[in-house]
Design a protein around this ligand. Structure first.
Ligand code: 5GP
Ligand code: ZN
Length: 112
């Protein structure tokens, strides 16, 4: 499958890893929008939040179990934002489900 994040997970494209377990891979965004900008992805290919279902939601649960650990290791003691862009109207550019962790500064209130 021609998927950028599947290639990153497989190590075919280099990335700055910050966390990994059996289900989850996390790495630094190549174009950070905040002092801390980490992408957290399931190792299985799920296209977007719109493709989450009973059969694959365990992988999403694993991501949300990992997020507090990643936030702690990144020093985000004063809070952070978790975002997923889903589909064209949200400007999703990589069609492999990913959650942005943004923090390390006071973020703006705008969500769109
Ligand atoms: P989206 O716009 O789909 O929510 O987010 C995709 C994110 O992937 C963007 O923030 C973009 O900077 C990041 N990105 C795109 N290509 C690469 C890459 O090759 N390596 C890394 N580390 N991040 C990437
Ligand atoms: Zn993929």
């Amino acid at each position: 499958m021609d998927c950028l994040f599947c290639k990153i997970i497989a190590g075919e494209i280099p990335s700055a890893k910050v966390f990994e377990n059996d289900s989850v891979y996390a790495f630094r965004d190549i174009n950070p929008q905040a002092p801390v900008h980490v992408l957290v992805v399931p190792k299985v290919h799920i296209t977007s939040a719109d493709a989450i279902c009973a059969e694959n939601s365990v992988h999403v649960a694993k991501i949300f179990e990992a997020i507090p650990q990643i936030a702690k290791s990144e020093g985000l003691t004063n809070g952070y934002r978790v975002i997923t862009n889903c589909g064209e109207d949200a400007c999703q550019t990589v069609k492999h489900l990913h959650f942005h962790i943004l923090g390390g500064k006071q973020l703006q209130g705008e969500m769109g």
